[in-house]
Design a binder for this molecule. Structure first.
Ligand code: ADP
Length: 493
């Protein structure tokens, strides 16, 4: 008799509390508990994959790889379309579960993240059809440069947006003909279990899509140390990225690392202050547990007071509360440990003499809720200016001319994103001097799947998105066919 696979009930939805390896659900190993940040209520226990199971997942992915690769982009398309459909079919389950598990706003899940997760799979599957061999004609040969499937890709995602990020990586990896092993975040693992349920329902061949649950230093570390991997794609913190990069270097496995940031939010003197202030308040979305948020405000001193008052008026109206409530705009911080970290940054900034413009304390709604906070009057090298908080704590500095704005914007070890408000030509001129992987002009958060995403400096290595994802998740091969008679001569070449 086969053992029943345990499930967790979240609202009306059943989530498999198991790993998905080689097309089978596996419930083995020690367990860890999963709590909801909404009220710290226990959602249930998830199993932690053993070393043996992690290795088996990579072996299964390796065995499944040749047939999946051989299908070609056209052959893979119907599978991936069904996968995207299966995500849409489970939209309500994803929304309820991610909201409970990661504290993300239900409305944002329903209207933004879940349709986007399905699109991540569908878009890359279709884009792979259009991947052309690059042709190069030289005087002696015709070259065609192919994107060959690479092999098994390990995907490690963080807790702030596990579903969005897992599909953003798995979509192009699968479309390019690779098999994948995903290690979801231990603080928010449930969405990836539903993702595996969707993959199974879509008939993705066994071994092509795998999910192993567990903690980073155990399950995650075992996965990234496997020498049979062909790629590692990681989104998370800088210290973990450095550990993974060292391990990847041992086996010479290419890795893509998308890390944190302390991105500038620049308001020039000719900015539309109403739009800039409304967009500024948006930086509190997901309680600023967002790598790409603009968290260092740089405001021209001429417009500073007006900007502060406009942004304050919006921030005072923000609704903090239960992420399942449609009126809520800011939900909880994911975990007590993250909450303590955020509070530590605030207390140290206060002690160092930074002045609060607003916030600076927990919100009474519940134990993991924090007031949107803004510091000012800070030294450029202050901790609160230089370090990523990953919570709703922003900081504001002023500048007197463009050169100072650019200098302050670049005065960081990070280089992920940025925002620049101003007359468009002026804003572009400033933005072009800011050293980041991307920067939004008079806007925020526009993410096109074809566009590159990633950071410089301590914000990471590599770019994903569109062709950049295909470059990363493929082995580039040049096939050279001579166009003139080839002479096998030792005297030449
Ligand atoms: P965050 O602070 O955003 O959680 P982490 O870098 O700690 O950032 O975690 C991001 C992901 O990396 C999580 O899925 C976590 O389990 C995983 N992780 C943590 N440590 C390791 C490690 N040594 N090897 C592989 N994965 C890890």
């Amino acid at each position: 008799m086969t053992k029943a696979i345990p499930t967790l009930s979240i609202g009306d939805h059943a989530v498999r509390a198991a790993h998905y390896v080689n097309g089978a659900w596996v419930d083995e190993g020690a367990t860890f508990q999963v709590f909801s940040p909404i009220d710290q209520g226990m959602l249930g226990s998830m199993p932690e994959a053993s070393d043996l199971l992690v290795d088996a997942a990579v072996d299964g992915a390796l065995a499944a790889f040749p047939a999946w690769a051989a299908l070609g982009a056209e052959g893979r398309l119907p599978y991936l379309q069904r996968f995207a459909d299966a995500i849409v079919d489970r939209a309500e389950a994803f929304a309820q579960v991610e909201s409970h598990d990661a504290g993300v706003l239900l409305s944002r899940l329903q209207h933004g993240i879940i349709p986007r997760a399905a699109l991540n799979i569908r878009w890359f599957a279709e884009a792979a059809l259009k991947l052309q061999d690059k042709e190069l004609a030289t005087h002696q040969a015709h070259h065609y440069v192919r994107h060959d499937p690479a092999g098994v890709c390990a995907i490690i995602t963080p807790w702030n947006s596990p579903l969005m990020l897992s599909t953003w990586k798995a979509g192009p990896a699968l479309a390019a003909g690779n098999s994948v092993v995903i290690k979801p975040p231990e603080w928010a693992p449930l969405g990836c279990s539903i993702l595996a349920q969707a993959a199974e329902a879509a008939g993705i061949p066994p071994g092509v899509f795998n999910v192993v649950h567990g903690h980073g230093p155990t399950t995650g570390a075992r996965l990234v140390a496997n020498p049979r991997l062909s790629r590692i794609s990681f989104t998370g913190s800088v210290p973990t990225a450095k550990i993974i990069a060292k391990v990847a270097a041992e086996n010479l496995i290419p890795c893509s690392l998308e890390l944190g940031g302390k991105s500038p939010f620049i308001v020039l003197e000719d900015a539309d202050l109403d739009l800039a202030a409304a967009t500024g308040a948006l930086q509190y979305r997901n309680a600023t547990q967002v790598c790409l948020a603009g968290t260092r405000f740089l405001v021209h001193e001429q417009v500073r007071d007006a900007f502060v008052e406009k942004m304050r008026a919006i921030v005072e109206q923000l609704v903090i509360g239960d992420p399942r409530d449609t009126a809520t705009e800011i939900g909880p911080i994911i975990h007590p440990r993250q909450f303590e970290k955020v509070q530590g940054y605030v207390e140290r900034a206060k002690a160092a003499g930074a002045r609060l413009l607003w916030g600076g304390e927990p919100h009474p709604f519940g134990p993991l809720y924090y007031k949107p906070t803004m510091f000012t009057d800070v030294a450029p090298d202050a901790e609160i200016v230089q370090e990523e908080v990953f919570g709703p704590v922003l900081v504001m500095q002023t500048f007197t001319d463009d050169a100072e704005a650019v200098r302050l914007a670049n005065d960081t070890v990070y280089g992920l994103g940025g925002v620049c408000f101003g007359e468009v030509g002026h804003a572009r001129a400033v933005a072009e001097q800011v050293r980041t992987g991307f920067i939004w002009i008079n806007s925020f958060g526009i993410r096109d799947l074809a566009a590159p995403f990633g950071g410089r400096g301590q914000s990471g290595i590599g770019r994903e998105g569109g062709d950049y994802s295909f470059e990363f998740f493929s082995d580039i091969k040049d096939v050279i066919v001579p166009t003139a008679p080839f002479k096998a001569s030792f005297a030449h070449r």
